[in-house]
Design a protein. Structure first.
Ligand SMILES: [Zn+2]
Length: 169
């Protein structure tokens, strides 16, 4: 085997391993506690036990939304979705983002500069990052960073598997 072939093989194995780790292998997490004072549009709530979520969601969706996983960058077709529409939570269908606030962050993840309404999502500290969760069902959606475009300067960096796109609203 040539060195370049070996390098490619190793790169593919590392990429595959990271993808598996992020999307298919649930990491042990303590149960999430919804912070006090969190509101949602129309006060709507969807609450299920961890076991109910595990049984009703596809495995990659469960591992990301309920176990804080991260999909492999570039793996979601929603990253390159540019049509007009809205993005809803895959777990509870809470409307989260409008296509008009979507921008190309070149990160490989669908990115938005603002939620559809301020209480569609809520933030929580996650180490040195800020986690974003659905305000209706507490699904982990992704993280928010301070390097986004105007007018908010925010970059909501979302997992595509946590979102459902609906054309033309
Ligand atoms: Zn939700």
């Amino acid at each position: 085997m040539k060195p370049t072939q070996l390098f490619l093989l190793i790169a593919v194995l590392i990429a595959g391993g990271l993808w598996l780790y992020g999307t298919y292998i649930a990491k042990p997490r303590p149960p999430h506690k919804r912070p006090a004072g969190v509101t949602s549009p129309n006060g709507r709530r969807v609450e299920k036990t961890d076991e109910e979520w595990r049984q009703t969601l596809p495995r990659s969706v469960y591992n990301i939304t309920r176990k804080q996983g991260t999909e492999w960058p570039g793996s979601s077709e929603l990253t390159n979705e540019h049509r007009q529409g809205v993005y809803a939570c895959v777990c509870c269908h809470n409307l989260l983002f409008r296509s008009t606030t979507k921008f190309d962050s070149h990160t490989g993840w669908p990115s938005f500069y603002a939620p559809i309404v301020s209480n569609a999502v809520y933030n929580e500290a996650d180490g040195n990052r800020t986690e974003v969760r659905c305000s209706v069902c507490d699904a982990h959606l992704g993280h928010v960073f301070n390097d986004g475009p105007e007018p908010t300067g925010l970059r909501y960096c979302m997992n595509g598997v946590a979102l459902v796109f609906e054309l033309g609203q």
